[in-house]
Design a protein around this ligand. Sequence first.
Ligand code: AMP
Length: 503
Amino acid sequence: MLNSAVRMLDEAAARYGGRIAVADESGELTYSAYRAAARRIATALLRKGVAGRPVVVYLPKSARALCVFMGALYAGSPYAPVDAHAPVPRLEKIVESLRPGAIVTDAALAENLKGRDLHGAAVCLYDELAAAETDETAVDRATGGVIDTDPIYIMYTSGSTGTPKGVTIPHRGILDYAVWVTETFGFTEETVLANQAPFYFDNSTFDIYGTMKCGAKLVLTPESLFLFPLRLPEFLRENRITAIFWVPTVMINVANSGALEGVELPELRTVAFCGEVMPNTALNVWRRALPACTYANLYGPTEITDVCCYYVVDRPFADGEALPIGKACENMRVLILREDGAEAAAGEQGELCVLGSGVALGYWNAPDLTAKAFTANPLQRAYGERMYRTGDLAYRTAEGLIMFCGRRDSQIKLKGNRIELGEIETAAVCVEGVENAAAIFDSDKQEIVLFVETKAQLTLRRFNLELKKRIPSYMLPGRLVPMEHLPHTANDKIDRVRLKTML
Ligand code: AMP
């Protein structure tokens, strides 16, 4: 039995040491070199006294960032990947919640941390950590002390009150998930997977650990390429990619760009996607262009280890038809519960709830939020079986396939990014002259419309410059509607139904 996810790296280095583990724009890294680099970093982190406390990884997406993830794990600490482009005040909120032992970064990004309250975290430059000499005994001792229910990573996701929530995943979630990925998609050391997901988005765990488990090669697609979808198939061909796991927005962009017309990608076998609804209109463009591939719709929130449901597309779908999210992964169980806590009958809509080894330990340093979202299974009272309530609505078809029907709250998905509209509103009321704000999602136009109560003259461009200091660019509204007074309901809440009619 494996206690820590780095045991997968130990195994891969022992069996496939000379094979390429990761390729990025700066070069290639073998499994042996990957493990050696991670253990040097672990040694340096231990010397810095991280002692099991989280390690924030504040680096651009790269093989170096992966070495730090593994370095933290070898040191017996969980890692917390953060967006290198995130506004610094958001990063400060994360550091405040996390109280990390160290923040690993590079010289350029370290500038952003100067003069900030880092709550005692040591700021460590990658180059210095990577130059350490490994203390094998100290690293073995630190890794040996980990058990599979210890946290492996903390990933911050949008929070409705304006503070990001730190989802804490245990090692066993990843250990089981890696087995599930390789078995379900038949990955081997010959697999070459092109990553798309940022490392602070949990879809990246499919890529990182699905390849590590079987000695496969992980290719970090340059982030800028996703701005030019026409060029992506060329990249897949040149790198002899056999598998991709991309967010639907990217697949839709590729389909709409015309890049798939007459395309030949004989090596590509697996096309998996997750994170938002995949419209069959776009999927059908892929299926017609590349009929030999296996297509799979994966579903899951950050609060479980990436994925808990999947559907391998096994029949034709008409353009307007909905794609199922299928059934539970083999290490997970999914319940669809009615509001009264009873199980919904076939065809009846309810909240999708998840149980199993992939369920998160909770939100870091946020017991109240944890208690609300992670509850006991109401159908099984003999012992407190932990269950995560996703807030997603779903139903089961007569054949037992799960269909996704949207959210029961104000969380949205925009271009694959999970956003709590409340986080935008909290940032908006911090802008001078703004009394109140309500963010509404226009699903037809796929844009966020921000209604602000203000007497000031505001333009979208200038307002967004202010907002960008607090929230990531992907959360910025596409439209701004200044109003003297926001409409209110009889019980004095903002009348969001009315605002929706004003879109
Ligand atoms: P995240 O935490 O960023 O992974 O976002 C999780 C949310 O994205 C879920 O709760 C769903 O609302 C949505 N989602 C994820 N996968 C799918 C899918 N395959 N189809 C539809 N919605 C999805």
